[in-house]
Design a protein around this ligand. Structure first.
Ligand SMILES: C[S@@+](CC[C@H](N)C(=O)[O-])C[C@H]1O[C@@H](n2cnc3c(N)ncnc32)[C@H](O)[C@@H]1O
Length: 387
């Protein structure tokens, strides 16, 4: 596995901590590469036994009912959840012992250079869809602050994403940004955005590629979580990336109407709710300039996938505190975008991850057909060019 890219905010690891991280990572790889594929043949055998009883599942929910009774699935699912909890435990322990050092470091980096900006809003209300569960088992959630000027959730999240994705998101976890950019270069090659907004940026993993690709542009990034933004701003500075971070709810921002040429988000929407989804789309419509482009990257679309693969991809909804992951797939996107004021042609597309496109170009991998557990393979992109 590739090593995570270094920057000044990344927490330091001792030898033993690194070894525990590698253990979790290898456990996840083992589950994904060796155990997960076998579950599908177990499922097929079970279904074939039921052939005469007319019990063929007709949805991912019916597959779940079948598989919940399978001991092999129960064991895999339990190990999958355990690996997630182990990952959060080890990342939290590493970051917590450095909590004061990291908070101080963030401030020092902030003062060291004048790149970009950071505007926090302590009065911003955390929506219920973020506070009701500890999303994917992050203790206390994304917004939890234990000390003044805390960056802890960022310090847990940044290496945590690298471990969760087993390095498949690139050295700086930047794959989604790169994937949207390669889509834009292919389909909207003339787009030269002067002002870009990344909604739900977390620590800015996907934001930095826009700075590199569109060097003349003014790049803004918003998130609800103050600690993420503190960490992200200092991380961006240490990487010499100019980004304007602000603590805002994407449902209702303080930017002026028609301010942006390009609005993007990367796996923001599946962590919200149906009403929030609509509000965010309406806000995108308000903020986009005529002729501006909106692209949202999400977990792979279920349509066209067999019910078993849908069921596996839906695992996080039920087992990893991601309650809107599956329900997002039930939204009629075209109708909802129309209701939110967009009156134009839309695109809806599963695309190959940028990292995999590169490996394929170098002859190092085959192209995945989407759906492999762990997000290997594809991102679902949707959006439009505003009239
Ligand atoms: C999965 S993370 C996004 C990852 C990030 N975009 C990336 O590419 O690395 C979801 C983020 O959305 C933020 N978020 C959720 N609801 C939001 C909202 N209504 N407005 C702004 N940010 C929100 C969360 O705080 C969290 O940082």
């Amino acid at each position: 596995m590739e090593l995570q890219g270094k920057h000044d905010m990344l927490p330091e690891n001792t030898h033993d901590e690194a070894s525990r991280q590698m253990y979790v990572s290898n456990l996840k790889l083992h589950l994904a590469n060796h155990i997960s594929p076998k579950l599908k043949s177990t499922y097929q055998k079970t279904i074939n036994l039921n052939k005469n009883k007319n019990l063929f599942p007709k949805s991912r929910h019916e597959v779940r009912k079948v598989m919940n009774k399978e001991s092999s699935y129960q064991i895999w699912s339990s190990l999958q959840r355990t690996s997630q909890e182990m990952k959060q435990d080890i990342q939290s322990e590493i970051a917590e012992r450095q909590i004061y050092v990291l908070a101080k470091k963030a401030k020092t980096i902030k003062n060291r250079s004048s790149l970009g900006s950071l505007k926090l809003n302590k009065k911003l209300e955390v929506p219920r869809y973020m506070s009701a569960v500890d999303i994917h088992c992050i203790p206390g959630g994304y917004h939890n602050e234990l000390i003044e000027d805390d960056v802890l959730p960022g310090a847990v999240y940044d290496p945590g994403v690298f471990l969760y994705s087993m390095g498949r998101m690139g050295a700086y976890n930047e794959d989604m940004g790169k994937t949207i950019i390669s889509f834009i270069k292919e389909k909207y090659s003339k787009l030269n955005p002067k002002k870009i907004l990344d909604m739900g940026c977390s620590v800015g993993h996907s934001t930095t590629p826009y700075v590199d690709t569109f060097p003349g542009s003014d790049v803004h990034a918003i998130d609800i979580s103050g600690p993420f933004l503190r960490y992200g701003h200092s991380r961006a500075k240490s990487m010499s990336k100019k980004i304007h971070f602000s603590q805002q709810n994407a449902e209702k921002t303080n930017f002026k109407d028609r301010s942006f040429d390009l609005i993007v988000s990367h796996i923001l929407l599946h962590e919200t709710s149906h009403p929030a989804f609509k509000n965010i789309m309406k806000e995108c419509n308000r903020l986009l300039k005529p002729g501006g482009l909106m692209v949202h990257a999400e977990t792979p679309e279920f349509e066209g996938m067999d019910f078993y693969d849908q069921f596996i991809l839906d695992w996080d909804t039920y087992n990893n505190n991601e309650p809107f992951w599956g329900p997002l797939k039930e939204i009629n996107l075209k109708q909802t975008l129309n209701e939110c004021g967009f009156d134009t042609k839309f695109f809806f597309k599963n695309v190959q991850q940028s990292a995999i496109q590169n490996e394929y170009a170098q002859g190092r991998t085959k192209l995945f057909q989407g759906g492999d557990f762990g997000g290997a393979g594809a991102w679902f992109l949707f959006g439009c060019k505003k009239n």
